[in-house]
Design a binder for this molecule. Structure first.
Ligand SMILES: [Zn+2]
Length: 127
């Protein structure tokens, strides 16, 4: 379960919240009760984590070589690391399991990756 962090616009209290991945409603501030919380999870935590994960992957020779050979098992390992502990949607888990068995679900994976990771970056919050 991902941890989302919010900052209160009124008193600058940092609020950590465990919630469902696609839940939209922000919690209210436990200190002042304000609902004016801005999400900071996607700005800080994700990008730092991604850099760390990329470095970790790039330093793993076996994994990068597998990726270069288009080995689905290497990509499955890569996607597991990229999601780093977060619970993926069931259909994505299934995709990863298939790749671990050496199957290559062509087309789908790029789409899924966009869907999962493209969304984390710089998506404007409208509320
Ligand atoms: Zn507050």
């Amino acid at each position: 379960m991902p941890v989302y962090e919010y900052i209160c616009d009124s008193c600058h209290q940092i609020v950590s919240s465990y919630r469902q991945r696609f839940a939209v409603a922000a919690p209210s501030c436990p200190r002042c009760g304000s609902n004016e919380l801005r999400r900071i999870f996607s700005v800080f935590s994700v990008q730092r984590t991604y850099t760390d994960v990329y470095e970790d992957i790039l330093s793993d020779r076996q994994l990068t070589q597998g990726m270069m050979r288009n080995d689905p098992r290497a990509l499955a390992e890569w996607s597991r690391r990229m999601s780093s502990g977060e619970k993926s949607p069931p259909e994505y888990e299934e995709l990863t399991e298939r790749m671990e068995k050496g199957e290559w679900p062509s087309g789908q994976i790029e789409e899924k990756r966009e869907e999962l990771f493209g969304q984390e970056r710089g998506k404007p919050e409208s509320d």
